[in-house]
Design a binder for this molecule. Structure first.
Ligand code: IPE
Ligand code: IPE
Ligand code: MG
Length: 235
């Protein structure tokens, strides 16, 4: 694949853990566990292909609406997953990064994430960003609040606000916009993911449920991306 047809930033809405489990007569929690294995697989695949940014939607601001037992399973899974993967992240020069409002996470999950973030801060080959308690609208709202505060402090006119002023107050200002956004399990919606940043992302949908999503599926998405013509409104 020619170098410039490789996306620099791939973002994934990892969907279908529950359906994958239900189809096999298993509990939803086993789907989430299998989903964690897929995270490891796809992260390694991205690393091997030289993609510098991979962002995964792990828990949305709307996912609190699920039964409390499922929410706590997911939080515990995140906590354990990050701790368990830390040696492999180091070995593969992967930096862990985050999106979302982590203040509302259970302290143990937050601690595990914070530890991995600081331990991998110097790694450079791949930035793996986990979106947890993340909602695009919530992110924009929080950025707008910061912006208002700064503006009021300096007594600046609203007309002076640029797109960059807002973008630089988002959760991870250093992250480029995603070139390719993948959603698994057949659903064709954003579900509040990267509402601002995905304005010009190429969208790719597959029916494969996330726990089954493997290296070949990732390559199919990359091949589809390589065929796209990006125009950004031009000719
Ligand atoms: C995605 O799988 C994982 C999360 C949203 C945390 P789902 O749990 O949404 O699986 P389905 O959509 O019910 O099959
Ligand atoms: C989106 O999946 C959120 C994550 C993948 C974390 P959902 O399964 O929660 O989305 P909806 O409810 O089908 O839109
Ligand atoms: Mg779902």
């Amino acid at each position: 694949m020619p170098g410039d047809s490789l996306p620099q930033h791939v973002a994934i809405i990892m969907d279908g853990n529950g359906r994958w489990a239900q189809r096999q007569g298993k509990k939803r929690s086993s789907g989430h566990r299998a989903g964690a294995v897929a995270v490891r697989r796809v992260t390694q695949a991205a690393r091997r292909r030289g993609i510098p940014f991979l962002t995964l939607y792990a828990f949305s601001t709307e996912n609190w609406n699920r039964p409390a037992s499922e929410v706590s399973t997911l939080m515990r899974l995140l906590e354990v997953f990050v701790a368990r993967e830390l040696p492999s992240l180091q070995e593969n020069d992967i930096r862990l990064n985050g999106l979302g409002d982590w203040d509302a996470l259970p302290p143990r999950t937050r601690k595990s994430l914070a530890r991995a973030l600081s331990a991998t801060a110097g790694n450079q080959s791949l930035t793996l960003t986990l979106a947890i308690n993340y909602g695009g609208r919530d992110e924009i709202l929080r950025a707008a609040r910061r912006l208002c505060q700064d503006w009021r402090q300096d007594n600046r006119p609203p007309g002076a606000i640029s797109q960059d002023d807002l973008a630089s107050r988002m959760d991870s200002p250093g992250l480029p916009d995603p070139d390719l956004l993948i959603r698994t399990a057949g659903e064709k919606r954003l579900s509040n993911f990267l509402v601002w940043q995905a304005a010009y992302s190429e969208l790719y949908f597959t029916d494969v449920c996330w726990p089954d999503f493997g290296e070949e599926d990732f390559d199919l998405a990359l091949a589809a991306y390589a065929q796209r013509t990006r125009k950004f409104g031009g000719l």
